[in-house]
Design a protein. Structure first.
Ligand code: NAP
Length: 241
């Protein structure tokens, strides 16, 4: 039985990734932080694809919770192997640097950068031992070019890009690949408050992206077919540079 762990799988891009990985035959571990109803909805959609869905609730920025929950699952399922990890959990807390609180800085880095570190560390050993693994990190255009009002978010995502490239080189010989996808503007709860009509004029494709357009790329990077792709950042942004 092959398993995929998707952080932030209850809603948005994470939910679309869960469903598409399920359609590839993966049993899905759906991580989320608080939204039980949306997580259960994702689980139902995953199960409709004919595989199992397991809800695994923890805050990815909480080192003890991550370690405890993943160790608990591994101990209860000694013969099951997490082949695919998608580090998708993330939050925005936008403000200009001069107004930024320590909490806004720490929360955003906690979810994306520390979350990447804690969760990846917890599953990496299993992948190395099995000599197979696919890690896909969901970063952002903000982490590539930097966005005003998003110093915290840009730093967090740029940090994950650096970590992706470094880790890819550490584990390449063990047949574990590590890649990132960098979406631009995608229609989810996270972008609900943005002025889509104005912002889309800046995008060469003149529209926001759909969650499935991100999930399809993630599923490719998570597949055996992407065997020689590692350390890459794939941009999914409708041409916005
Ligand atoms: P979303 O709709 O707001 O969903 C966020 C997901 O992350 C939810 O499942 C949420 O769980 C989970 N989450 C947040 N903080 C968490 C934590 N500390 N621990 C565990 N789970 C946590 O966001 P989205 O738009 O799908 O974004 C998904 C990823 O894509 C994020 O990393 C985001 O930065 C990135 N991204 C998004 C866009 C975009 O335009 N939407 C663009 C570039 C990059 P709950 O449901 O329990 O709250």
């Amino acid at each position: 039985m092959k398993f995929a762990l998707v952080t932030g799988g209850s809603r948005g891009i994470g939910r679309a990734i869960c469903i598409k990985l399920a359609k590839q035959g993966y049993h899905i571990l759906i991580n989320y932080r608080s939204n039980d109803a949306e997580a259960q909805r994702t689980a139902q959609l995953v199960e409709e694809c004919g595989v199992t869905a397991t809800l695994i609730k923890f805050d990815v920025s909480d080192k003890e919770a991550v370690t405890q929950q993943i160790e608990k699952w591994t101990a209860a399922n000694p013969h099951k192997h997490i082949e695919v990890l998608v580090n998708n959990a993330g939050i925005r807390q936008d403000t200009l640097m001069i107004w930024m609180t320590d909490e806004q800085w720490q929360d955003v880095l906690g979810a994306s950068l520390n979350g990447f570190y804690f969760v990846t560390r917890a599953v990496l050993n299993g992948m190395i031992t099995k000599r197979y693994g696919r890690i896909v990190n969901v970063v952002s255009l903000s982490g590539v070019k930097g966005m005003p009002g998003q110093v915290n978010y840009s730093a967090a995502k740029a940090g994950v890009i650096g970590a992706t490239k470094a880790l890819a080189q550490e584990v390449a010989r063990r047949n574990v690949t590590v890649n990132a996808v960098a979406p631009g503007f995608i229609k989810t709860d996270m972008t609900h408050d943005l002025k889509e009509d104005e912002l889309k004029k800046m995008i060469p494709m003149q529209r926001f992206g759909e969650v499935d357009e991100v999930a399809d790329v993630v599923v490719f990077l998570a597949s055996p077919q992407a065997s020689y792709v590692t350390g890459s950042v794939i941009h999914i942004n409708g041409g916005l540079l």
